[in-house]
Design a protein around this ligand. Structure first.
Ligand code: AP5
Length: 212
């Protein structure tokens, strides 16, 4: 199954994508993770992407579409994939539909208050990308990843100035995709307002929507 995950920055797409990709045994393809990896490795794409990401803007469509197109050619996508953070503009959605058919789009929703709390409290592992939160998901040793021992840090774009810009950009450029995919009849809305202890409720609703 070819799946797209939509939803505001911080709604929990990365958290849910990791769980769903284990259940369905299909890869999670996060453009945000791909850019962060490229930034870490100081590649040409990484250096370009960093200019936009740190300020909370979107990386230009031509760069983003190119890396997704290449990624979808890999063997592990033959039985399906889960796109997390792509498409984010109508131009990206049009380009995706020229490349491959999408079966389902899950749109995760939560209140703005919850989203801001999730973003400002998020910490991630620099090495393996495991997601933590300063109050809800705390590493056993402060600043050290439970899984790999890597450094747990706050993303530059989770600082208040960038968060505000990201939420504005989401409303202007990404929210129109809800109507775009609703018109195609493949969008399902999933309530993600649950606290982290009840994250299984979000996953159960997502599974119902994918399997209906
Ligand atoms: P990206 O990494 O995709 O960022 P994002 O969409 O802004 O999404 P986030 O990673 O911020 O949030 P999430 O929804 O995955 O939440 P998470 O699971 O971490 O992109 C970063 C940047 O790259 C973009 O701003 C842009 O510049 C660029 N980019 C990427 N794709 C692009 C594209 N297609 N086009 C152009 N540019 C692109 O959860 C958040 C926190 O909440 C965590 O701490 C988590 O533990 C906690 N949490 C999650 N679920 C729950 C819950 N149910 N209850 C309580 N806490 C929870």
């Amino acid at each position: 199954m070819n799946i797209v995950l939509l939803g505001s920055p911080g709604v929990g797409k990365g958290t849910y994508a990791k769980k769903l990709s284990e259940i369905y045994k299909i890869p999670q393809i996060s453009t945000g993770d791909m850019f962060r990896e490229a930034i870490k490795n100081k590649t040409k794409i990484g250096l370009k992407a960093k200019e936009y990401i740190d300020k909370g803007g979107l990386v230009p469509d031509n760069v983003t579409i190119g890396i997704v197109e290449e990624r979808l050619k890999k063997d592990d996508c033959k039985n399906g994939f889960m796109l997390d953070g792509f498409p984010r503009t109508i131009a990206q959605a049009d380009a995706l539909s020229d490349i491959i058919n999408i079966d389902k789009v899950l749109d995760f929703t939560a209140s703005e208050e919850i989203i801001i709390d999730r973003l400002s409290g998020r910490r991630i592992c620099k090495s393996c990308g495991t997601i933590y939160h300063i109050r809800n998901i705390i590493p056993k040793v402060k600043g050290v990843c439970d899984k790999c021992g890597g450094k747990v840090y706050q993303r530059e774009d989770d600082k208040p100035e960038s968060v505000k810009k990201r939420l504005d950009v989401y409303k202007k450029q990404t929210e129109p995709l809800i109507e775009y995919y609703t018109k195609k009849g493949i969008l399902r809305s999933i309530n993600a307002d649950w606290p982290i202890e009840q994250v299984d409720n979000v996953i159960a609703d997502a599974r119902k929507a994918l399997e209906e």
